[in-house]
Design a binder for this molecule. Structure first.
Ligand SMILES: NC(=O)c1ccc[n+]([C@@H]2O[C@H](COP(=O)([O-])OP(=O)(O)OC[C@H]3O[C@@H](n4cnc5c(N)ncnc54)[C@H](OP(=O)(O)O)[C@@H]3O)[C@@H](O)[C@H]2O)c1
Length: 237
């Protein structure tokens, strides 16, 4: 029970990697608060998790994030999972369609960190979410690559600035979560099959496997400024 008597706040905790982090944190004895935009998704998640706090807030809304953290007294660990894959070529469409990626992964993380850190107690940590596209960008997803790189670099820079609070990031490769259901719909199995054959481990990660790295970063008191890759070696091929 590594997280007994600890309060873990997961921004983007109603599904996918954030949900699995909340579940493992509960299993490790933590009091858990999950945050997301959709109340119904939060209600569903809390029914499955049992005995968690829920709060509706959009990470891109600074005032909402500030309001959320005024209601929380003490925090041990924060995990920021909120975000999504945003595709599109840089010369196509309007710039507006790309803003959300940066708004959520960079500025959203900044809002959360500014509001949460004053309440984080000794031994506490912040974990951000980067992604495979930082080191292995692909055409048609430039803004996601910039956003994941920003989150990862934030963890390195803030590990110094916020010390002794620890700041780390997980960098997932392709991970089977509801995010891809929303993007691929019925063609998800085919898309996954094409990608899987290229990954050295010949499998996609599960959300739980990424979440277990988040818990590791929360609970190892000597790790800060680190980015853990959970990508089956995909960044090398
Ligand atoms: N799955 C992958 O292959 C993969 C790979 C690399 C990186 N990542 C990154 O890892 C993170 C988690 O991914 P996932 O696959 O677990 O995604 P997911 O299944 O779509 O879950 C995202 C969670 O974040 C919440 N969320 C999304 N936008 C939000 C916002 N603006 N404000 C507050 N909450 C928000 C969602 O709830 P609501 O919709 O109700 O807000 C949900 O709880 C994302 O940043 C994603 O880009 C994923």
């Amino acid at each position: 029970m590594l997280l007994e008597r600890k309060h873990v706040v997961v921004i983007g905790g109603s599904q996918g990697i954030g949900y699995q982090t909340a579940r493992l944190a509960r299993q490790s004895g933590a009091e858990v608060t999950i945050v997301g935009r959709s109340l119904s998704k939060l209600d569903e998640a809390s029914e499955r998790l049992g005995k968690v706090h829920t709060a509706v807030a959009d990470i891109t809304d600074e005032a909402a994030i500030n309001r959320l953290f005024t209601t929380i007294e003490q925090i041990d660990h924060v995990y920021i999972a909120a975000g999504s894959f945003i595709g599109g070529q840089i010369l196509e469409g309007s710039v507006e369609q790309f803003r959300t990626a940066i708004e959520s992964r960079l500025w959203g993380s900044v809002y959360v960190i500014r509001a949460a850190v004053p309440k984080i107690v000794s031994g506490g940590s912040v974990t951000l979410t980067g992604g495979l596209s930082t080191e292995r960008p692909v055409p048609g997803a430039w803004v996601t690559a910039v956003a994941t790189a920003a989150a990862e670099q934030l963890s390195r820079a803030l590990a110094l600035e916020l010390a002794p609070i620890r700041v780390n990031a997980v960098s997932p490769g392709w991970t089977d979560t509801p995010m891809w259901d929303a993007i691929f719909g019925e063609s998800k199995p085919q898309a996954f099959q094409e990608v899987t054959s290229k990954i050295p481990t010949r499998r996609l990660a599960t959300a739980e496997e990424v979440a277990s790295s988040v818990i590791f970063l929360m609970t190892n008191p000597s790790i800060t400024g680190e980015v853990i890759h959970i990508d089956g070696g995909h960044r090398y091929v």
